[in-house]
Each structure stands twice: as C-alpha cells, then as structure tokens.
Write a protein that binds this ligand. Structure first.
Ligand SMILES: NC(=O)c1ccc[n+]([C@@H]2O[C@H](COP(=O)([O-])OP(=O)(O)OC[C@H]3O[C@@H](n4cnc5c(N)ncnc54)[C@H](O)[C@@H]3O)[C@@H](O)[C@H]2O)c1
Ligand SMILES: N[C@@H](CCO)C(=O)O
Ligand code: NA
Length: 451
C-alpha cells in the first residue's frame, strides 16, 4: 500500500553528480515511489551559486543555506554530493542530529572520518549509505557490506579511479599527452574538483581505505594506505610495459596477510599482462576483483565515474534509506570488530620492473645481479640495450636474455623484472643499486601485478 505523505529529501550540492540525482528523482518519480512505497519529494537543494539556471529544478527549492536546510526537522534523507571535508562533515552530522539518514558520495570524507560518521548515525538511529563513494555506479560497497558479509574476504584488487584509468588508457592507446588526457577527463566530469586527488592517488587511496575497512572488518585510515599516483609514469614506462606484453594501470590492492593476522592496503601504478582482465578496462571504467574464501574470485566491472553513473548509485542508496525510514529498519552500520593491525606496505609481496641507466662495461650486469641476490630477490628477466640505440633496435623476444646492443656513449639501459619478493626487499635492492658507481641512475621502478 502506497503512503501518500511524501518522504522529503534534501540535496546538498548540485554539480556533476547532484544535477543528475535531481534529474533522475524527477523523471523517475513514479517508479521510485512504487519501489519505496511512498512518494519521494525533493524538499530543498543547497547550492553555492543560486543564480545559475538548473534545468528541471524548481528555483523555489534552491538555497545557499545548507545548514538551515538540514536543520529543518522534516527532512527524511540528506543526499550529500558537495564533496570535500568541510562543510560536508558538519552538515552530515547535523543531519543525523535532526533525524535524517544520509546518502553520500564523498570518499574523501568517509576515508578521513568514516568511524565518527557511523557512530553519529548509530547514535541517532539513522542510516549512512555511500555506494557512490567507491567505483561510481558499480555495486561494490553493498555487496561487501551485505552479500559477502557471511564470507571471509582475503583480497580486493582493482582499478578504482576513472580519471587515471582514462589518462593511462589514452596515453597507451592513442599516444595522447598526459595534460591533454587529463583535460579531457575533467571535461567529461570524471575528475575531482582538484584533479590532484586523482592523479596523485589520494582518491584511489581513500577508496582503498573504505574497501579494506569493509572487507576486513577493521579500521583502515587514509594514512595507512601506501599511495603513489601516476604523475611519474612516463611514455617510456608505457612502451616498456608493451614490450613485456603488459600495460600500466593504477591499482588499489587490499590484502589480508597469509597468516591472516594483519592487512595491507596500497595504491600505485603497476604493469599488468595484456591477457589479464584488468588490462582491457578502458577509459573511465573501473573493475575490482574480490577474492573470498567460500565465494572464490568475483569481478565487478562498470562505469566508475561520471554524473549519471554515480547518480545511479546514489539513487540506489536513496531508495534503501527511504525504505528503512518507512519500515523503521536500519541499514548496516560499521563493522570493525576484528581490529586487525594494518601493516606497512613493505610486507606486501610483489614483483618489480626496474629500469637502470648503467655504465656499459664488463661486469656491470654481474654486479647488479649480486645486489639482487644479496637482498634475496630473484631475477626473472633482464634486458639490456645501448642507451643511444633506437627503440625499435630492441630485439624482440629479448625477455629472459641479455641483449648486447652497442652503446655509443658507454651507457646502457638495463631492465630487470624480478620474481615475487617483499616490497621492503625490493625497495632495499633499488636503494643499494643506486649506490653502485656503475649505476648512473634508476630511471624507473614499477611493480608488476596480476600474474
Ligand atoms: N564526478 C564523479 O564522477 C564522481 C563519482 C563518484 C563520486 N563523486 C563524489 O561526488 C561528490 C560530488 O562530486 P561532483 O563531481 O558532483 O563535484 P562538483 O564539483 O561537480 O559538484 C559539487 C557541487 O557542490 C557545490 N558546493 C560546494 N560547497 C557547497 C556548499 N557549502 N553548499 C552547497 N553547495 C556547495 C559546488 O558549487 C558544486 O556545484 C564528491 O564527493 C565526489 O568525490 C563524484
Ligand atoms: N574522480 C573520481 C570520481 C569517481 O569516484 C574518478 O576519477 O574515479
Ligand atoms: Na559503487
């Protein structure tokens, strides 16, 4: 039976995501009402620039006073799509204090202050939903919080930032420059208000913290996530990856240690084989593998950014929060009972691709190989090329062999790919290599994943 009194929704922010939320709420009003069991009414829209024309939104609903809107007392659900830490945090807390449930797409805030927000929701008998905060439209938060909550998740690995995937994809496939690809991602509404959050890996790290927290039932803060962005990925790295039959992706990897007693979370660019399913994730798409003890390996794939896909996730949460309001039920709260320690990333096990500029003289290769051996790092393949040799002079199939292309200036480039070792051992190896007189520089180091 349909309730006639509408549920009232306050929308905070009407940018890329907010405007799509408002549009879908209006155009799908009848279906949403039928699915919830009561009409849903947009009761107010908080914006920063009131003069802007917003198609489909009654100007009478628009206000610049977000605080007054969330304090009204008749709001059932607040949708926060402003982004950033403040005033979003204060507005969400105030919303709970005034009896509203909250739907947010704000990964930065959830990663920074998720536990306190969950506690505030709990204290006021409200819901906090945030499907849109991780991997846009892809259902991932709800599957981890609800569908897989009876299983034991051991690993969550994937591409969780659309902007960086878009940039790397463009650089790889069309040879676009970094800046040009970033501009395009921004124009398409994928990038954060400050794209530094995307390209420096903060956005993916926030998502990794959220995912690790839910997957392992433990609190993982943003500063416990090892973070490297894509700003240092060069066209040479991408070419080098291609030569190995790989491509470069920014990955988020959350893992339970083999003994099960700790977890790690890291975000960094990595080479992955072209045959790996993540290699075919193009443009701003995201894809995440979840490995669970009973379920096995699950893959979640879809649009990870953009106004309309993100609004889809927000609307799903809005329906859930509205249904709970009607039935008096509650959605899941925070689950952090395991309190597992979060280990530094040095304990993570990975492979490295290391590109060294070395003196091209007898014994250098052996000297470098000795450094790897001393750190217990086993070498998988080595490729050497003269520094002045053109790219296409590299013999194909040179992997696993040592090429001897002539060096015109006495300098050669040595590319080493290791077997799996701890990140700490690999970093120590690179540091020791830097100290060799014959190593003129470490051109790049990149992890190799997915094999
Ligand atoms: N764009 C995406 O693809 C995407 C995907 C997933 C999650 N998100 C998240 O959704 C949120 C919104 O992202 P967006 O892309 O829509 O950003 P946006 O910058 O397009 O929109 C935010 C809007 O909030 C407004 N705003 C800022 N402060 C305000 C205040 N105090 N009161 C009222 N309005 C205020 C801004 O003027 C802007 O219009 C962020 O948390 C973001 O991380 C975005
Ligand atoms: N800026 C984010 C939006 C989606 O969270 C991205 O590019 O993935
Ligand atoms: Na999602």
């Amino acid at each position: 039976m349909m309730r006639t009194r509408p549920l009232k929704v306050a929308l905070l922010g009407c940018g890329v995501v907010g405007s799509e939320v408002a549009r879908i709420m209006t155009t799908h009003a009848d279906d949403l009402a039928a699915r919830i069991g009561a009409p849903v009414e947009l009761a107010g829209v908080a914006v920063r620039r009131p003069g802007r024309v917003r198609a489909g939104i009654d100007p009478a609903l628009v206000t610049t006073d977000a605080t007054a809107l969330v304090k009204r007392g008749d709001i059932d659900v607040v949708v926060e799509v402003i982004g950033g830490i403040e005033p979003a945090r204060r507005l969400i807390t105030t919303a709970f204090e005034h009896g509203a449930s909250v739907v947010s797409a704000n990964k930065a805030l959830l990663a920074e202050d998720g536990p306190a927000l969950h506690q505030a929701a709990e204290a006021h008998g409200a819901d906090l939903y945030y499907e849109a905060a991780v991997a846009g439209a892809i259902p991932l938060v709800r599957p981890l919080r609800e569908s897989l909550v009876g299983d034991k998740v051991n690993r969550v690995l994937g591409i969780v930032n659309g902007t960086t995937n878009f940039i790397l994809d463009r650089m790889d496939t069309s040879g676009a420059g970094y800046a040009e690809a970033l501009d395009e991602a921004t124009a398409l509404g994928y990038a954060e208000a400050d794209p530094t959050a995307d390209v420096e890996g903060f956005d993916a790290a926030a998502k990794a913290a959220i995912l690790a927290g839910i997957a392992f039932h433990t609190r993982v803060s943003l500063d416990q996530v090892h973070r490297e962005g894509i700003t240092e990925v060069t066209a040479a790295d991408i070419r080098s990856a291609r030569r190995m039959g790989c491509t470069v992706k920014l990955l988020a990897i959350c893992e339970r240690a083999q003994d099960g007693n700790s977890v790690t979370a890291r975000v960094h660019p990595a080479m992955i084989p072209l045959s790996h399913p993540l290699a075919s994730v193009r443009e701003a798409y995201n894809a995440v593998f979840v490995e669970a003890e009973a379920a096995g390996r699950l893959m979640f794939y879809g649009p990870g950014a953009g106004g309309s896909p993100t609004a889809s996730a927000v609307l799903g949460d809005l329906v859930a929060a509205c249904r709970n309001k009607l039935s008096g039920a509650r959605g899941p709260g925070e689950s952090a009972y395991t309190q597992l320690p979060v280990s530094p990333t040095g304990k993570a096990v990975t492979r490295y691709h290391i590109s060294l500029d070395v003196s091209d003289k007898p014994g250098v290769l052996a000297q470098c190989a000795m450094v790897f051996a001393e750190h217990g790092v086993s070498i998988d393949t080595v490729r050497q090329q003269g520094k002045a040799a053109p790219e296409n002079a590299v013999p194909s199939g040179a992997e696993g062999t040592v090429g001897t292309a002539a060096a015109s200036d006495g300098e050669a480039s040595l590319v080493v790919v290791t077997h799996r070792a701890t990140d700490a051992a690999l970093s120590a190896t690179v540091e020791a290599l830097r100290k060799l007189d014959t190593v003129r520089g470490v051109a790049s180091t990149m992890r190799v994943e997915g094999e």
